[in-house]
Design a protein around this ligand. Sequence first.
Ligand SMILES: [Cu+2]
Ligand SMILES: [Zn+2]
Length: 199
Amino acid sequence: MKRISLGILFSAAVIFSSCRNESETAGERVDEHTNQTQIDSLAQEEQRQPQEIRVEIESKSDSDISGTAVFTEENGEVTMRAELSGLTEGTHAIHLHESADCSAEDGTSAGGHWNPTFEDHGEWGDEDGYHKGDIGNFDADAEGNATVTFSTDEWCIGCEDDTKNIIGTAVVVHDGVDDYTSQPSGDAGTRIGCGEVTE
Ligand SMILES: [Cu+2]
Ligand SMILES: [Zn+2]
């Protein structure tokens, strides 16, 4: 009787310890996988830079505007260089809006200003807040041409940080001027150009 009990206990102990070993092994595999994933994402992070995307700006609201906006990322900073033509001479606003959708004839499909940090509209860098899409105003010359350059470390191209990743937004050019004050969009008027920022 006693011998049988010990035998059962021994078997139970063997079963228990073998289960335990299996789960430890499985646990190690998970850890190895996690480490490998971390290594892979670090490698991708390094490969990610420098990045460049080219955005075609199309005419909206029957404007004559055309052009491109090229975004490059290098050393943690994104630079936008937009070359535009077909504008009226003078000052115009340019922003990143929240949706890479320029399908509407008046550009309203691009939505409001890109504002992933839920701030008020304002001039870039204003201590009272500004949208991550608040690039600001630029001037077109007498021929209706303009080159706009803008650099910031508050954007990235395709990184994991949703408060920085510009992929999925749209470049919108306005007929009017951003007053940097009116909410929610600076009262910049008609949308005359739009380009989808996609990879
Ligand atoms: Cu805008
Ligand atoms: Zn804004």
